[in-house]
Unconditional design. Structure first.
Length: 248
């Protein structure tokens, strides 16, 4: 959740009028219009994530979104660094930077916006889920506070360096997701325990689920249609290796 804030999304949302003015948009009406587009894009491009996140998977969406946001940051930094104070006299460059801000928002809306909250809610076992989600939410708002406090000074003191810093942090977020976060697409809570190493809990949950399925007659249906574990050989192997749990 910290990485979600350090993409710089709330720096854009909170200080969009200041950013657009710095990019050469003159007049309050034009600046506010550009800011309004940000909100519209956030709404529109969150919808595809809701529809396709279980088909595409969390890791690809988060990784592609982070890389896209980082590239937008780098392009904005290049434009601001090259033209700097001349942006007001170069409308094309200013609008190109604005377009990159909008594209940045698009990448966030379909990826880190919704997916961050999905993952933080599904990776915790039921016994500790309330605490895990609360911790994730707390870290999100703490980092949100930090970003909100430092962004004005960054924009005024280091100008284009602001975008380079957020771009670097976003690239790090992409690497973290790709190398350290397992895919959780279509996994049940029991299979999630296997992925995250809660072996004893996973074994007990598997056995309990099988007993319930047999009692209510769903075993044949599960075998006929398959489960995410059946489609994932790694999960099947890990399940076979789980030690038996004695029940009193």
């Amino acid at each position: 959740m910290a990485h979600q804030q350090f993409t710089g999304i709330n720096a854009v949302l909170y200080y969009a009028p200041t950013i657009f003015k710095q990019l050469g948009l003159s007049g309050n009406t034009t600046s506010l219009l550009a800011t309004g587009v940000v909100g519209i894009l956030m709404f529109i491009f969150t919808i595809p994530s809701v529809l396709y996140i279980d088909k595409v998977g969390r890791k690809p969406v988060l990784t592609i979104g982070a890389i896209g946001m980082a590239i937008c940051h780098v392009i904005i930094a290049a434009i601001v660094g090259h033209w700097h104070s001349d942006l007001s006299d170069n409308a094309a460059a200013g609008w190109a930077a604005v377009a990159m801000v909008w594209l940045f928002v698009v990448h966030f809306a379909y990826s880190w916006g919704p997916c961050g909250w999905i993952i933080v809610a599904e990776i915790w076992p039921l016994s500790s889920r309330p605490y895990g989600v609360a911790l994730g939410s707390s870290s999100n708002w703490m980092c949100n506070f930090i970003v909100g406090q430092i962004t004005p000074d960054m924009l005024s003191d280091i100008t284009y360096g602001t975008y380079l810093i957020f771009g670097a942090l976003t690239f790090l977020g992409a690497g973290f997701i790709w190398f350290f976060v397992p895919e959780t697409k279509r996994l049940t809570l029991e299979e999630m325990d296997v992925v995250f190493g809660s072996v004893g809990t996973a074994q007990a949950d598997f056995e309990r689920m099988e007993e319930i399925n047999q009692e209510i007659g769903l075993t044949s249906m599960i075998l006929a249609h398959g489960s995410p574990a059946a489609e994932n050989p790694k999960l099947q192997d890990e399940k076979e290796e789980l030690p038996e749990v004695e029940h009193e």
